[in-house]
Design a protein around this ligand. Structure first.
Ligand SMILES: Nc1ncnc2c1ncn2[C@@H]1O[C@H](COP(=O)(O)OP(=O)(O)OP(=O)(O)O)[C@@H](O)[C@H]1O
Ligand SMILES: [Mg+2]
Length: 279
């Protein structure tokens, strides 16, 4: 099978591109898929994150840097297509870098992490032109803005409403602002590896949503939820976003059953795969 390709992009620095690429890639790897995370950023954050994994507990996906290939990254990706189920590219925070457009032209899905704050909204809106450019060459490209660092349930609704101003579709799931995500980077793992239950709920729901977009919903079973304890060992009650994530997980699991029938996402993913092979 030719790998499905996800590119994670936004020219806004610090909005969570590497966090999303590593969390998604690691979670897909933990579900048994063969996952390659491509560090397309000369800063090398994903590469360092991967290298921070302790001996005997490797990061659950492979990370390789192709940052130096710049505009040739699509060609460089081709060498990996037959060896992985999913390839996730972590793009650099620059509109001047050719990596973002080059990967969107061959990707099945572009994920755009965005912090619901005014500066981030304006910056993310600037990506719209680039998406249109990519779509003129890749009409199968599916795009989702993924809210990141969403705080509190009351604030979340207003924040998500603000993100709807960006003329790109919003993902059904998002990341809350959680210490576990920062800690995971420092420890060379994912929040799932830290067994953070709240993070596990929202990550699981987002992974299900992305798998459905990729037409792979039936290929990777949802992982069992971790015990109801946080990394501090204290029990907790689900927050609004986690509850929502849980509901969405169930909905996504239903989608899993129907995905092969609807097959629209599968078709578009296959179309993008054919284009990548031709690149
Ligand atoms: N949901 C979150 N909760 C808490 N911390 C987060 C979250 N998402 C990202 N962070 C932290 O915010 C910082 C910036 O995130 P990240 O490196 O993923 O952004 P980026 O968009 O890749 O940045 P750059 O543009 O420099 O590549 C990191 O320290 C990361 O651990
Ligand atoms: Mg980064």
């Amino acid at each position: 099978m030719t790998a499905r390709l996800v590119t994670v992009c936004n020219q806004k620095g610090g909005c969570g591109k590497t966090h999303l690429a590593m969390t998604l890639g690691g979670a897909l790897g933990a579900r048994g898929l063969r996952v390659l995370i491509v560090d397309g950023d000369p800063q090398g954050t994903a590469t360092r994150w991967y290298a921070a994994a302790p001996e005997g507990r490797p990061f659950p996906a492979t990370v390789v840097s192709l940052a130096e290939t710049r505009g040739q990254i699509a060609r460089a990706l081709k060498a990996h297509l037959d060896h992985y189920d999913v390839i996730v590219v972590d793009c650099p925070p620059s509109l001047d870098s050719p990596v973002t457009l080059a990967t969107m032209v061959v990707a099945d899905v572009a994920l755009v992490p965005a912090i619901p704050a005014p500066g981030d909204l304006w910056a993310t809106s600037r990506l719209v032109g680039l998406v249109e450019q990519a779509r003129s060459l890749n009409d199968a490209l599916q795009v989702r803005v993924v809210p990141n660092m969403v705080q509190g349930t009351a604030l979340a609704t207003a924040a998500l409403q603000a993100l709807r101003e960006i003329p790109l579709p919003l993902a059904n799931n998002w990341f809350g602002l959680r210490t576990a995500y920062r800690q995971a980077q420092a420890e060379g793992t994912t929040a799932l590896g830290l067994r953070d239950a709240r993070a596990a709920l929202e990550v699981g729901a987002l992974v299900d949503e992305v798998l459905a977009l990729l037409g792979l919903a039936s290929a990777a079973a949802a992982e069992p939820l971790p015990p109801e304890t946080t990394t501090t060992g204290k029990p907790h009650r689900a927050t609004g976003s986690a509850t929502k994530a849980s509901k969405t997980t169930k909905a996504a699991r239903k989608t899993t059953k129907t995905a092969p029938k609807t097959a629209k996402t599968g078709k578009t993913a296959k179309k993008a795969g054919a284009r990548r092979r031709a690149a």
